[in-house]
Design a protein around this ligand. Structure first.
Ligand code: PEP
Length: 251
């Protein structure tokens, strides 16, 4: 069965109006290249850039996401500093990242994450839900237990998995240049699949990987058939490296 492979660019707090050329370059590349598997490229720039980018880029294989939405369940109102899910949707995004470890560190607890996921889906935004263990949890053999906790504390039992991409992002890998071994990943994804099937009765959850994905290691990661794509930080900022990542994946 041919499945969709996701390449999700998490620009974090980077980029400006001129960065649209990076997206245009990726679009030009996609137009000229046909790959056997389906793929989807989702750019998640800072929210101030969303409207101008989504207005300019109308491409079949490119979509947009935000890096956050408000936990306030109203479309508008007296909430200084907030951007509602509806505002994000209206700006042309179809996805939102929730539960990223960098955001958890700042201000997202389980209750907030759960609330945001439900608000996002209600507003027709698909959720890129991030989970991942830190180094100390890994060293204590608590990786999978941590992921299980993160999932059960954040996902409603009745969640529709058609609206969800789960990004496994070991915190010790994000921005460090270190990626887990294929054995380690294999174990994690097998366990995740089994657990999600048992608990949520989902047969084909979309599971992706994030953490130091580069042009050099993507081919190794591509060997794991349970991984349906990548959340890419640093290496997604320049079209040259993002294009090479896509090329190397399909090589
Ligand atoms: C991320 O933070 O989502 C991420 C994957 O970052 P990097 O690729 O830079 O490790």
């Amino acid at each position: 069965m041919s499945k969709t492979i996701y390449f999700i660019a998490n620009w974090k707090m980077n980029g400006n109006f001129h960065s649209i050329t990076e997206i245009e370059n990726v679009n030009n590349f996609l137009r000229k290249n046909v790959f056997s598997k389906l793929k989807k490229i989702i750019f998640c720039p800072p929210s101030n850039l969303l409207v101008s980018f989504t207005k300019k880029i109308k491409a079949k294989l490119i979509d947009f996401g935000a890096q956050d939405i408000s936990k306030i369940d109203f479309s508008h109102g007296p909430y200084t500093g907030q951007l509602s899910a509806k505002m994000i949707k209206d700006s042309g995004a179809n996805y939102v990242i929730i539960g990223h470890s960098e955001k958890r560190l700042l201000d997202e607890d389980y209750k907030t994450i759960k609330k945001k996921i439900s608000i996002a889906i209600k507003n027709k935004l698909k959720v890129i839900f991030c989970i991942g263990e830190n180094l100390s949890q890994k060293n204590k053999n608590l990786s999978f237990k941590t992921l299980k906790n993160q999932i059960t504390n954040s996902l409603d039992k009745k969640i529709d998995f058609n609206n969800l991409i789960i990004a496994y992002e070991p915190i010790w890998s994000i921005g460090t240049g270190i990626i887990p071994s294929n054995n380690y990943l294999d174990q994690i994804y097998q366990n995740l699949k089994k657990f999600l099937n048992e608990k949520y009765k989902v047969k084909y959850p979309v599971l992706i990987y994030g953490g130091s994905v580069t042009t050099d290691n993507v081919a190794i990661l591509a060997k794991n058939s349970l991984i349906s794509g990548f959340l890419i930080g640093g290496a997604s900022l320049r079209s040259k490296s993002l294009i090479k990542i896509i090329k190397n994946y399909f090589k």
